[in-house]
Design a protein around this ligand. Structure first.
Ligand SMILES: [Zn+2]
Length: 105
């Protein structure tokens, strides 16, 4: 299933253009202009298909960035989890040694 991130609320949608219109009451083109601080030319606004292609391309780029960010966050979380596991292992090892020293006496 191919989903695209909504640049306003960050949720994933199959039809993000429809979601922006119905969910946020905005035109996807307005959102793109707002997000990238560029104005679409009147010609681009008239050319429905070209405009839609541009919106789709921009949405795909946003989607890619969001995915990259999510992957980075996931990798960072895994790193933290591994570090925590290693610390736990070290702690367990030290505690076991201490306990064995105590029980030996
Ligand atoms: Zn949204």
């Amino acid at each position: 299933m191919d989903t695209v991130f909504c640049p306003i609320c960050g949720k994933e949608y199959k039809d993000v253009n429809m979601h922006i219109r119905k969910g946020h009451g905005l035109e996807p083109e307005e959102v793109v202009e707002e997000a990238f601080r560029t104005k679409l030319s009147p010609q681009e606004r008239r050319q429905g298909t070209a405009q839609k292609r541009r919106v789709d391309e921009t949405m795909a780029r946003i989607n890619g960035n969001a995915r990259a960010l999510r992957d980075t966050q996931r990798a960072r979380m895994n790193g933290l989890r591994n570090t925590w596991r290693e610390r736990q292992r070290d702690y367990d090892k030290v505690m076991k040694e201490r306990i064995s020293q105590i029980t030996k006496k």
